[in-house]
Design a protein around this ligand. Structure first.
Ligand SMILES: NC(=O)C1=CN([C@@H]2O[C@H](COP(=O)(O)OP(=O)(O)OC[C@H]3O[C@@H](n4cnc5c(N)ncnc54)[C@H](O)[C@@H]3O)[C@@H](O)[C@H]2O)C=CC1
Ligand SMILES: O=C(O)[C@@H]1CCC=N1
Length: 269
């Protein structure tokens, strides 16, 4: 069975491992320097764990899942020996990772946390020099925990980070805002949470099942001069849609900035 090592056993690693162990297609080992994380991973998913990446072989796979700023230290002693490298780290480009690992066989992935429940979205980019078999491995791993979107250029990873990578946080932000508004209307905290959750859940399912454009679905709730109309008018006056666009733009810009900073730090350092 093909050996798959994760470097970093935190949130995203656990999300991916939880889906992948159901497939039984890889022999999985998670490397993490935190003993509690290792114990949890062994117990919850039955994977091997360790503290050091062993010297790899060309048909092994290493998935990098430490924080971007920890990557240089975490990979300092890794001997990848031409193994396939998959990286989910935000803001670390292939040129920088390739120099760190002395290995150009790298695929970048931008996943998101709903991978924890098999409903993730992952943007994936592989350089043209990589074999179809390598791309197939990335596809196999990420499709175990959600949908996979192949990107034609590496710099499109910034855009996918701004939409689906960070996107779950925007949705939770809106859910929290609706729950807070419910509390302001006198509902207790538990009921406010339930009302917000059920409203989001119903709206998402309706959008999915009807296949209608989001704007049409919104219009279907909005009677001219009625109650929803009052809310939407207030949202428009507050430029909420433009603010969401500004948030996405800030996220994309930060991804670009992080990438330049990390490339420079790793080049200089
Ligand atoms: N959380 C998210 O929504 C997303 C995260 N990412 C990327 O995924 C990566 C991991 O993020 P999370 O899982 O959220 O972080 P996390 O902090 O939950 O996990 C990182 C793990 O790395 C371990 N670690 C740190 N230094 C180490 C070393 N030298 N050797 C071995 N283990 C070491 C830590 O103990 C920790 O368990 C990051 O690069 C991030 O940019 C990408 C997309 C979404
Ligand atoms: O906030 C971050 O940097 C990571 C990358 C995408 C989602 N979380």
């Amino acid at each position: 069975m093909q050996k798959l090592y994760f470097l970093g056993g935190g949130n995203m690693c656990q999300a991916i491992v939880s889906g992948l162990v159901k497939q039984a297609s890889f022999d999985i080992t998670v490397i993490d320097n935190n003993a509690d994380k290792r114990a949890h991973l062994e117990q919850a998913y039955g994977v091997h764990t360790g503290t050091v990446v062993p010297d790899l072989q060309a048909d092994d796979v290493l998935l990098l899942a430490v924080k971007p700023q920890d990557m240089a230290a975490a990979t300092a002693h890794v001997k990848s020996n031409g193994a396939l490298i998959l990286s989910i780290a935000a803001g670390l480009d292939i040129a920088t990772l390739s120099a760190m690992l002395n290995n150009p066989r790298i695929i970048r992935i931008m996943p998101n946390t709903p991978a924890q429940i098999g409903m993730g979205v992952a943007g994936v980019f592989a350089p043209a020099s990589l074999q179809a078999a390598d791309k197939h491995i990335a596809e196999q791993i990420m499709s175990a925990v959600g949908q996979v979107y192949w990107l034609a250029e590496e710099n499109r990873l910034h855009a996918i980070t701004g939409i689906s990578g960070s996107g779950p946080a925007y949705v939770f932000y809106l859910m929290d805002a609706l729950a807070q508004a419910a509390q302001a209307q006198g509902f207790d905290a538990a009921t406010a949470r339930e009302l917000s959750l059920a409203t989001f859940k119903g709206a998402v399912a309706l959008a999915e099942q009807s296949g209608l454009p989001f704007a049409q679905l919104q219009k279907n709730v909005t009677s001219k001069g009625g109650t929803t109309f009052a809310a939407i008018t207030a949202f428009e006056a507050a430029h909420i849609a433009a603010d969401i666009q500004a948030g996405v733009d800030a996220c994309v810009a930060r991804s670009e900035e992080m990438q330049s900073q990390l490339a420079k730090a790793n080049h200089d350092g």
